[in-house]
Design a protein around this ligand. Structure first.
Ligand SMILES: O=P(O)(O)OC[C@H]1O[C@](O)(COP(=O)(O)O)[C@@H](O)[C@@H]1O
Ligand SMILES: [Mg+2]
Ligand SMILES: [Mg+2]
Length: 336
């Protein structure tokens, strides 16, 4: 079977469907090359000296793994040279990284979670890279990009995707024209379009949540999970299965493949933080993908993609996946 390459797909989207600009096409290709390099580093594991912690903390007070920092550097370096970008923002960096004057500059803004699922690195479980592309707002023309220029709702994303480093390395991408899955052919070094037009089943009997946080959940999430656990004889009338990989990339990949609902809800913890996951690097790109595949994504209050961000590293509750289940959860929030 002959598969299209990522480049062929993107050129088609640019020329025939006008779904992507030449600049964004080149940017996605650069990100995909960086993901290939991260994939090689990940697969070397202990032999490449990439496992373990660095003993430093990121801006959010989380201990950084060697791979968090290495992946961040790979993405920065690749995109400084070839990304057609104005600036970048990363979960691992305090503030934005502007493209220096001597590099080719573009109009786009790139955001990334360089290594998602950090707690799984050392135990050889799937991890990934998540990215999102925005455009510099018109008012930024002629001046330096500011952090505030990144604070755009997810509906403004022009592309988003993730690479998953699992049994296979895949790149799952949307440019707003459906969701495409590319598998890395290591011998050829190419991304091949193996999963065309990924669609998410509307119904499901599988949920993903970290049950150890149950005592902190808000009432609507508690109600939904209680009902799932009651199985066939409960109000939902079916037996549910549960999965929790603790890599958002891997959990979302499973959901895009066979349906399900993923939750890292905001909760009632005294810390007052609104959930664990980051709006700009995790929730927005994944919500864009899930909606493009026919699913839904909410924070409990409403649609994630409509949220006006108020900070680069803002955290948010995330509920996403199969349409009917997410709509049910939305109803439970409204009723509460
Ligand atoms: O360990 P917990 O609390 O279950 O959290 C798991 C979640 O945290 C994350 O690992 C956060 O991402 P990072 O590894 O990029 O910080 C998600 O991928 C995952 O869904
Ligand atoms: Mg993450
Ligand atoms: Mg991360």
């Amino acid at each position: 079977m002959k598969y299209k390459t990522l480049t062929q797909y993107l050129v088609e989207q640019q020329r025939e469907h006008k779904a992507v600009s030449a600049e964004v096409r080149l940017l996605i290709e650069t990100v995909s090359r960086a993901c290939k390099a991260i994939s090689h580093a990940v697969s070397k594991g202990a032999l490449g000296g990439v496992l373990g912690s660095l003993g430093t903390e990121n801006v959010q007070g989380e201990v950084q793994k060697k791979l968090d920092v290495l992946s961040n550097e790979i993405l920065l370096e690749a995109n400084e040279w070839g990304g057609n970008l104005a600036a970048m923002a990363s979960e691992e960096m305090q503030t934005i990284h502007r493209i220096p004057n001597h590099y080719p500059k573009g109009q786009n803004l790139l955001l990334f979670d360089p290594l998602d699922g950090s707690s799984n690195i050392d135990v050889n479980v799937s991890i990934g890279t998540i990215f999102s592309v925005l455009q510099a707002p018109p008012e930024a023309a002629g001046r330096e990009i500011a952090e505030a220029d990144f604070l755009q709702p997810g509906t403004r994303q022009v592309a988003a995707g993730y690479a998953i480093y699992g049994p296979q390395t895949m790149l799952v991408l949307t440019v707003g024209a459906g969701v495409m899955g590319f598998t890395l052919d290591r011998e050829m070094g190419s991304w091949l379009l193996t999963h065309e037009n990924i669609r998410l089943p509307e119904q499901t009997a599988e949920f993903a949540i970290n049950m150890s946080n149950m005592r902190h959940w808000e009432a609507p999430v508690r109600r939904y999970i209680d009902e799932c656990l009651q199985g066939e004889t409960g109000p939902l009338g079916k037996n549910y299965n549960m999965r929790w990989i603790a890599s958002m990339v891997a959990d979302v990949h499973r959901i895009l493949t066979r349906g399900g609902v993923f939750m890292y809800p905001r909760d009632a913890r005294a810390s007052g933080r609104k959930g664990k996951l980051r709006l700009m690097y995790e929730a927005n790109p994944m919500s864009f993908l899930v909606e493009q595949a026919g699913g839904r994504a909410i924070d409990g209050g409403g649609r994630i993609l409509d949220i006006q961000p108020d900070a680069l590293h803002q955290r948010i509750g995330v509920i996403l996946g199969s349409r009917e289940e997410v709509e049910r959860l939305q109803r439970y929030h409204q009723e509460a």
